[in-house]
Design a protein around this ligand. Structure first.
Ligand code: PMP
Length: 374
């Protein structure tokens, strides 16, 4: 008899299972089309020049391995909030912000959602676009939120389904939460226009819906943080809304495995922010105690140094431009090879992902003849 005889077996995470399959394939020309990690022309992970330089500086400063404070490295988390909100607005908003370093984007979402669940007057109902990043349902569901999906993408027209979006916003119960991909929607590569963002923000404000921004790809749409933070700044700075913002530096700094993120809440006044931050601190203490130091030191070094910030901006342009070239090349090859159908959505989409819109059977059929050594 075992204490674990009733423990279920959970199927492996689909994306990581695909990556394992990819790694075990012996083909010399294999390409991983599943996991969202940026690679260079040689199919290798890219260490951003800004990160390489920041690493050197961190090492030279005598790298020690002491604990960080519970809320993380202060110069990192404050700079991360400033980066998202932007100057000069940050000067007036900063006293109303509660922030904490968190375990990359996933940990940021988990921390913000834990706070909302335990210490807010919001309803435990969360609206999630469909399709979305596969982990959203797991993160929010595991915290006991009722996850509701709304159609985000029109699979026929291969574009945003704004009518369905609007219908959801107009019918959702007040005080529910809406997950907003801040930019570069995963997996469709399709974002609302500026006008649509305005309508989303104004409707949410009027209907008392709470925005929870998942900002995992800032810089990946345009190569520019200021442009990509448009929606967050519109809601917080212009429409003066309360919001949760969950920032990941996994993609835009290529710090995937270092787990560098920041979770922050913009509250109505400075007192609420102090209280909220005290709860973040308590929640963090119970789960990770102290967030990881190395990646935060690298990111903090970049964010707080003008020269490194400029190099980082160039790095983001490099990544964005290469992705655009890949889109264009794929599109042209589909035309050259007379692939049936309209493929313009591939070049219209932006961000890290290209959503081909192929049915599952076709994907499997295309892949099957090229599997090696398994
Ligand atoms: N949100 C979205 C939309 C994502 O695509 C990802 C990563 N694929 C994340 C959050 C979190 O990533 P990480 O925890 O690695 O920062």
């Amino acid at each position: 008899e075992s204490f674990f005889s009733s423990t279920p077996r959970i199927p492996k995470d689909a994306i990581f299972a695909l990556t394992a399959q990819y790694k075990s394939d012996s083909s010399p020309i294999k390409v991983n089309l599943g996991q969202g990690t940026y690679q260079d022309d040689a199919g290798q992970p890219w260490i951003l020049p800004a990160v390489a330089e920041a690493r050197r500086r961190v090492q030279n400063r005598k790298l020690v391995h002491e604990y960080l404070p519970i809320l993380g490295l202060p110069e990192f988390r404050h700079a991360a909030c400033r980066m998202v909100i932007g100057q000069p607005a940050f000067d007036s908003v900063s006293s109303r912000i509660a922030s904490s370093q968190a375990l990359s984007g996933t940990g940021s979402l988990h921390l913000a959602a834990s706070l909302i669940k335990t210490c807010s007057s919001l309803k435990p109902t969360i609206w999630i676009p469909e399709p979305t990043w596969s982990n959203h349902h797991l993160v929010f569901g595991s915290l006991g939120f009722k996850c509701r999906s709304f159609p985000y993408y029109d699979f026929e027209r291969k574009s945003l389904d704004f009518d369905s979006y609007r219908t959801m916003l107009q019918s959702a119960e007040p005080k529910s939460i809406v997950v907003l991909h801040a930019c570069a929607h995963n997996p469709t590569g399709c974002d609302p226009t500026k006008e649509q963002w305005r309508e989303i923000g104004e409707t949410m404000k009027q209907r008392q819906l709470f925005p929870l921004f998942d900002a995992a790809y800032l810089g990946f749409n345009s190569g520019n943080i200021d442009d990509d933070a448009y929606a967050i700044r519109l809601f917080v700075n212009e429409l003066d809304m309360e919001a949760a913002v969950c920032v990941s530096f996994a993609k835009n700094m290529g710090l995937y495995g270092e787990r560098v993120g920041c979770s922050f809440l913009v509250t109505r006044n400075a007192d609420f922010a102090v209280n909220t931050e005290s709860v973040l601190e308590r929640l963090q203490r119970s789960v990770v105690s102290n967030p990881p130091a190395y990646g935060a030191k690298i990111a903090g070094t970049i964010l707080n140094d003008d020269k490194l910030r400029n190099i980082w901006n160039d790095d983001m342009v490099t990544m964005c431009s290469r992705i655009k070239e890949m889109r264009q090349a794929l599109y042209e090859q589909l035309l050259v090879n007379d692939a049936p159908g309209d493929w313009t959505h591939i070049i219209k989409q932006s961000g890290m992902f290209s959503f081909l819109g192929l049915p599952l059977e076709i994907v499997i059929k295309l892949r099957a003849p090229h599997l090696h050594g398994r």
